[in-house]
Design a protein around this ligand. Structure first.
Ligand code: ZN
Length: 243
């Protein structure tokens, strides 16, 4: 029975370790997601700037096309001016030409403005792109650390699981099943230490008779309050000497 008790306690300690591993493993996808989201946000900045640039370039090209078309129209109208005999009509056409020229001048000013904007955005991109590359590189490095951590945790967890099998093989089937049932209901803890005449699982005082039986270690007992298996473990110094 002493072997069963020792194996049961070993299994409980191992299962607590596995719970801790599961907790850390469970946190990693969320941590990775946050980093991926950050990368997406940073890259979005660059994408937006580039889109802004393309949109301004489109506007500039559109204006230049308009200027060219208008200039051609003006040229055609101007070439006909000499043939107009009616002075009133002549004046009207001339006025129209002047207005069209003015409108084209405004378009040219607009084009200059767009060129300045394009230049400014290109200058911004010159610093922004390397910054984005550097920042995303750093984040990808952190992501890699998480991925490596995840692999390491999974490997270590597998080792714990194989050690678990060794403990289980030393525990009678009915006791192991009961342990799992209690554990499922009691936040992963199926075995508690009996210490200072109380149960370390629920902190209730144990009947002295029961406590003495547990100290003897000839049989397995359950806490009358939380139902967990109770084991007596000697003080840590003795425990390490034994190991
Ligand atoms: Zn208890």
């Amino acid at each position: 029975m002493k072997d069963t008790i020792a194996a049961l306690w070993g299994l409980q300690k191992l299962d607590l370790e596995i719970i801790e591993f599961d907790k850390r493993l469970g946190e990693l996808p969320c941590k990775k997601q946050i980093l991926l989201e950050k990368i997406r946000e940073i890259e979005e900045q660059g994408k937006k700037k580039k889109e802004e640039l393309i949109s301004i370039e489109d506007e500039k090209n559109k204006l230049e096309k308009e200027i060219e078309e208008e200039a051609n129209k003006i040229k055609t109208v101007e070439s006909r001016l000499g043939f107009i005999r009616n002075p009133k009509e002549y004046q009207e056409v001339r006025k129209k030409v002047e207005l069209a020229k003015k409108a084209n001048k405004l378009r040219e000013d607009e084009v200059l403005k767009k060129m300045e904007q394009i230049e400014a955005i290109n200058r911004e991109l010159e610093t922004l792109i390397p910054k984005i590359e550097e920042e995303t590189k750093k984040i990808y490095e952190n992501l890699k650390i998480y991925e490596e951590e995840e692999l390491k945790l999974k490997d270590d967890r597998d080792i714990l699981l194989s050690r678990r099998e060794v403990y289980i093989s030393k525990i009678p089937d009915d006791i192991y099943k009961k342990y799992e049932t209690i554990r499922a209901k009691s936040r992963g803890i199926g075995v508690s230490q009996a210490k200072n005449e109380s149960c370390e699982g629920c902190f209730m005082n144990l009947p002295p008779q029961l406590y003495n039986l547990i100290l003897k270690g000839d049989n397995l007992y359950n806490c009358p309050y939380c139902q967990r298996f109770l084991v007596y473990i000697p003080e840590p110094e003795e425990e390490t000497q034994e190991e």
